[in-house]
Design a protein around this ligand. Structure first.
Ligand SMILES: Cc1cc2nc3c(=O)[nH]c(=O)nc-3n(C[C@H](O)[C@H](O)[C@H](O)COP(=O)(O)OP(=O)(O)OC[C@H]3O[C@@H](n4cnc5c(N)ncnc54)[C@H](O)[C@@H]3O)c2cc1C
Length: 554
């Protein structure tokens, strides 16, 4: 007789509350919401690719969590007595990407997912235990790469795009490099996929050949499903910290709220490897984890979160606002909060585009760090984001040079970071320096740096150049419907000159309200905003009170 799947595998330790055991009283509360079911080895509780699955507590016996059940049979973990199964996808409604198969027979408690969601809302003690475990499990699965698989070349822009899309959406995945990994090559041959159709995304029973981000999102079941409501109280455009805060406050204060996001909830904050100055997190928190928690919170209060959904136009129609989406869809809202943030500026270097995504990057997350591990890298910029990137990358890269155009780092960077950089022997700060040329055949190999003080140019070996040189706002899609400042950032409240306030019929626009009554602007996209997570969150939450005020007057 063959051994059951996961024979001999030990249960994982309970790291950061990821795998707690529930007490008698807690299990009794769950039993009251569901049913007890006898299990035998080989029973499948849910399968990879299932649209949704239920919540299970192991009363006795053990259950294996498996990737590629029936083919790869990779054991991700085994859970025994009084532990519960599942992870974040149970709460977000995404498709299952692992299977749960009974290893040792016994009994499980099965709780329907709808009842679990109610429990998380109403039972503070159990809700906290379950949510904390799901968030910790997601982090462990991301670290282990135990979910989907992307097979593609490191030199392919689409590989980079897909890796970034999954990483920014906090989807666990493993990347198999077609250029380095024999397993990757064998796998695409076995699937009879020609090189022209790579990269491929494998998982949840699907093989997606060079899919668009929208196709991946649909296959994974990311974001809200089904048709949007015909009209809601509040549409939030942009899902960075400002938009997420507006979604949490809007939904929790009774507004019918919908947030649409072009790429991934979290915005720029997701590309920050560690935010150290956000209130309440003394040891720092990664931007993506902060975003994951916020999205979960917004979802818990009933906000509808749609991704990927890019707004392309806005107009007034029958007393409400209509927003067109890039995929041809549209959403309608009585009020709109614009939270579309800003995009990083490029540097003026010949052939920059050729290297974007394959050597030139505008974010420094674990994805990029993995791609340049042990290699020489260059970071360009004198602000906090450049300083943080240099600190983070120096732990992974072979060497790290931080280039600033001016002569004094302290002019544009927070003091704590200047001090940290000064103490870090792995970062070389170069002042009066700028990149003037990039070299390399398929990928980046070198960067030429001009020293404007000395008038000299030096070529350095560089596998990656990280650019953090300021930002311009995402406001083109508004098509001139609202007043902007000379750099394109949205003017609000008292900053609006009299000539822009006509639509307000003689009244001053509300604080954070744009020149169009009912359209608010928050976070980095707003003229005069402080470019910080905390201020974006503050503005997003304040705007909701003003939306209430505006709705009452319509
Ligand atoms: C690497 C890095 C490190 C940082 N570190 C810190 C830090 O330590 N502390 C700190 O306080 N701040 C930090 N910041 C700054 C902080 O992240 C930003 O100030 C903050 O994210 C702004 O939030 P936001 O919601 O206004 O905009 P964003 O975070 O820019 O979010 C805007 C969102 O809108 C979406 N969007 C844009 N156009 C459209 C459209 N047409 N339709 C739909 N969606 C759209 C974008 O995809 C994006 O997700 C850092 C930034 C970076 C890049």
């Amino acid at each position: 007789m063959s051994e059951p799947l996961g024979a001999g595998v030990e249960e994982p330790e309970d790291r950061h509350g990821a795998f707690p055991r529930l007490g008698e009283d807690q299990r009794a509360r769950l039993r009251a919401l569901g049913e007890a079911i006898a299990t035998k080895p080989g029973d499948v509780l849910w399968s990879e690719g299932d649209d949704s699955y239920d919540f299970f507590v192991v009363e006795s016996g053990a259950v294996a969590i498996v990737r590629g059940y029936g083919s790869e049979n990779l054991i991700v973990a085994v859970h025994g007595t009084h532990r519960f199964l599942g992870e974040l996808s149970l709460m977000t409604g995404a498709r299952a990407y692992l299977s749960a198969v009974v290893r040792d027979g016994g009994e499980v408690i099965r709780v329907p997912v709808a009842a679990l969601r109610e429990l998380v809302r109403d039972d503070e003690e159990l809700g906290n235990i379950i949510l904390r475990a799901f968030i910790a499990r997601r982090a462990i699965l991301i670290e282990a790469g135990a979910g989907y698989r992307i097979i593609g070349s490191r030199y392919s822009r689409d590989t980079q795009r897909l890796r970034e899309f999954l990483a920014r959406n906090r989807v666990p995945y493993q990347w198999l490099d077609l250029d380095e990994d024999e397993e990757a090559d064998a796998l695409v041959r076995a699937l009879a996929i020609p090189p022209a159709e790579t990269p491929v995304v494998l998982g949840a029973g699907e093989v997606l050949r060079n899919p668009s981000n929208a196709e991946v999102a649909a296959a994974l079941g990311l974001g809200a499903r089904g048709a949007p409501p015909p009209l809601c109280d509040l549409v939030i455009v942009g899902g960075g910290p400002a938009g997420l805060a507006a979604a949490v406050y809007g939904a929790s204060e009774g507004l019918d709220t919908q947030a649409i996001e072009a790429v991934a909830f979290g915005g720029q904050a997701s590309s920050s490897s560690r935010i150290e100055n956000y209130l309440g997190f003394p040891s720092g928190i990664s931007g993506s984890e902060l975003a994951e928690r916020a999205a979960l919170q917004a979802d818990k209060f009933g906000a509808r979160l749609v991704v990927p959904a890019e707004a392309t136009a806005l107009r007034r129609e029958d007393g409400h606002f209509a927003i067109d989406l890039a995929d041809g869809g549209r959403v309608n809202g009585r009020c709109v909060i614009v939270a579309t943030g800003a995009r990083y500026r490029r540097i003026d270097v010949p052939e920059l585009e050729r290297f974007e995504g394959v050597g030139v990057y505008y974010a420094a997350t674990a994805t990029e760090a993995q791609g340049c591990s042990g290699d020489p890298v260059v970071v360009v910029g004198g602000g906090n984001s450049a300083g943080q990137a240099a600190m983070f990358l120096s732990a992974h890269a072979g060497s790290c040079r931080l280039l600033i155009r001016g002569g004094d780092l302290g002019k544009s960077m927070s003091h704590y970071l200047v001090d940290e950089l000064a103490r870090n022997p792995r970062v070389e700060v170069m002042t009066n320096a700028e990149v003037v040329a990039l070299g390399g055949e398929h990928a980046l190999e070198s960067a030429v740096v001009r020293d404007s003080g000395q008038g000299t140019e030096t070529e350095f070996e560089a596998r990656a150049v990280f650019v953090f040189v300021g930002a311009s706002p995402h406001t083109d899609w508004l098509g001139g419907e609202v007043a902007v400042d000379e750099h394109g950032f949205l003017l609000t409240g008292r900053d609006l000159q009299a000539e822009f306030t006509g639509a307000h019929a003689g009244e001053r626009p509300l604080f954070l309200e744009t020149s169009a009554p009912g359209i608010f602007a928050v976070g980095d996209v707003r003229s005069g905003s402080i470019k910080r997570v905390a201020s974006a969150v503050g503005e997003g939450s304040m705007a909701v009170a003003l939306v209430h005020q505006r709705l009452a007057s319509i």
